[in-house]
Design a protein. Structure first.
Length: 245
């Protein structure tokens, strides 16, 4: 049953969860991609630094693999960094573990941002724009419009048709939702055996319609070796890590 039509809401307290339990098979590296180095610091360190620079983020929890041997070696010190919890076998399970951790210090109407560990180029300003742009229980996410021509192909990689791109957007993170609603949506999707690719898809499954907020093309997800060079290029254009960005 879809939720009732949401009313206008105000985001008063916002937390962040960073799922970082992946092993990054496509990177072809023994080191998980979130721990690979860009500009002298790990991908994850850049990601966390840019998140805690956003004034509206109260605190951050990181979800790491149960056998992670890299997290403890990072020199991360910041009042907003609340610590790490064990991730799950899937992204949804990791996020749920992060939500359970945050519930120890949050209120029933608090909100949560979920941000990919391997999006190190997110701008604090984009995080703030997302938070200020969401006004209903549907929540929202950063995204960018598709600019290339999109083709649908068959099993033989032959084009079947061209898809109108005017209504197509590429989802990014952070994605922002009320904590209790996101937890309910993730639990429902997992119970029903639904494949969840991001938090917005879980919310969509239970009937919500998250708002798309325009992000930036530099907020890339590091998934392949070439992405490290591109992320390095974007980061070099900014102020040094630790200063306003």
């Amino acid at each position: 049953m879809p939720p009732a039509k949401p009313g206008v809401t105000t985001i008063r307290t916002c937390w962040a969860i960073v799922p970082a339990a992946g092993i990054g098979k496509r990177m072809k590296s023994e080191t998980p991609k979130q721990y690979l180095t860009i500009e002298g610091r790990s991908v994850l360190e850049h990601t966390l630094t840019h998140l805690w620079q956003a004034p509206s983020v109260n605190g951050i929890v990181v979800c790491i693999h149960a056998q992670d041997t890299h997290w403890g070696k990072l020199e991360l010190r910041h009042p907003k960094l609340l610590g790490a919890v064990a991730g799950g076998d899937t992204r949804a399970e990791s996020v749920l573990n992060g939500l359970r951790f945050l519930q120890q210090r949050t209120g029933p109407e608090d909100w949560v941002l979920v941000h990919d560990a391997v999006r190190p180029c997110v701008r604090p300003q984009s995080v703030e724009t997302l938070i200020s742009s969401v006004h209903t229980d549907d929540g929202g996410l950063l995204a960018v419009p598709v600019t290339d021509t999109v083709k649908k192909v068959n099993f033989d990689h032959r084009v079947e048709l061209s898809i109108d791109r005017d209504s197509l957007w590429l989802a990014q993170t952070p994605q922002l939702f009320k904590m209790r609603l996101l937890e309910q949506a993730l639990n429902r999707a997992l119970a029903d055996g639904v494949i969840i690719t991001d938090e917005a898809s879980a919310m969509e499954y239970v009937g919500y319609h998250p708002k798309v907020v325009t992000g930036t093309s530099e907020n890339i997800k590091v998934t392949a070796p070439a992405d490290l060079s591109l992320a390095s290029f974007y980061l070099r254009q900014r102020a040094p890590v630790g200063q306003s960005a």
